[in-house]
Design a protein around this ligand. Sequence first.
Ligand code: PA5
Length: 456
Amino acid sequence: MANSKISSPHPASSLLLHIDTACLYRDSIGTEGVDRSEIESLAPELHRIHQTLTKKSAGGLDAEFACLSLHNTMPESLPPIEAAAEQLRRFEDIAVIGIGGSSLGAKAVHQALEMDMPGPALPRLNFLENINPRQLDKLLRNWSAEKTAIIAISKSGGTIETVIQFLIVRAWLEKQLGADKARHHQWLITDPAQGWLRELAQREGTASLPVPPRVGGRFSVLTAVGLLPLAVAGVDIHRLLAGSAANAARCVSDNPLENPALEMAALFYLLDTKHNKRVSIMMPYADPLQLFGDWYRQLWAESLGKIRGGQQDGSPAGTLPVTALGTVDQHSQMQMYLESRRDKIFTFMAINDWGQNLPIPLSSADKKYFPYLEDKRMQDVLDAEFRATVQVISDTGHPNMTLRLPRLDAHVLGQLIDLYQRATVYAGLLYGINPLDQPAVEKGKQLAIKLLSGGH
Ligand code: PA5
């Protein structure tokens, strides 16, 4: 039973994420945690996968794991992204059309930085991800074509949800503005050489930016895929990349106690394969991080949910990522977390400094009922509920870790993105699967096309 948590071995400073993994270990959480000897036994394997990751992420954009060195390679590609953002800022509404990896990263950072309430000079980002006829119809009725632009994002250039929404919004623009004028309201982000969207950009001379060929959808938020919409909304994309670089700099050792991404991958791998912990719950105590949970959920699931060895009879890899939200899910999910199957690992997240902290006004009549709220502020209540949940989960012996964000800014978000992308690739290497592909997803895409073509 863990009543007190030992402090993280990783350096904490006012800028860096505080990553506390203590309660994933047996010596802190009890029998369901990882024994330190298990991590020690994994050392040769961790050394091997660290070498592989290091080798395969060097070599710039041509590297297999180019997604893990974007903080080095993207800065020189920022001028065209910033120039496009500058032009897009003259509009009021931007239709950001893309799905999955071509949407979730930008959506998550946008929500986290509360850019969804832009100042008077910044456009509104409208993410068109799912097929939602009612939503699109309503938006088209409310937008003014003169003041609306499209950013269409698809690595493959042919994802059906993105294609149809792009076609509908483009036709709407063309109807009102004429094809020539409408073309100047469109920016396309896609593979530099192939696909329907690339061909269209070349044929019609539409403004476009490339997705680096070796960077896949869910790992692409730090390319034009995420950086263009975020720059339009006023996010400091240099700070986002700097945050990613800062986390990468924490992850250069092959010793898991000095490399948080390697340690997280090793612990989650051991908890799955040796301790039957099959569900990984991310529970931020912060509304602005709810979509970050969705981004993580896709990254973890699509990268790791595979058959080991690629054989049908191979063992399955990956823990099921689940998102929750504190405090809301204390009133919804906590009962099950505490008493149902003991197959879960928890990641709690909290923000140290919200930048605002509203006092709770109490009359003397109120104080009689809520004496403990006297002189308290909103964040005191959130912190108390957060700490209480971590304590209860720990006291009942469930493995859990905590990420404390010093504040919500682009630098911290960049750190989180790198931490999870890196941990995901390490975990894939540990399972012996390819974290970058998604063969089962492709099967579904192909079948939907067959059905639309009249096939059965
Ligand atoms: O991570 C992935 O590869 C997927 O989620 C893709 O991003 C998603 O299917 C959209 O693909 P595309 O960018 O080709 O339209």
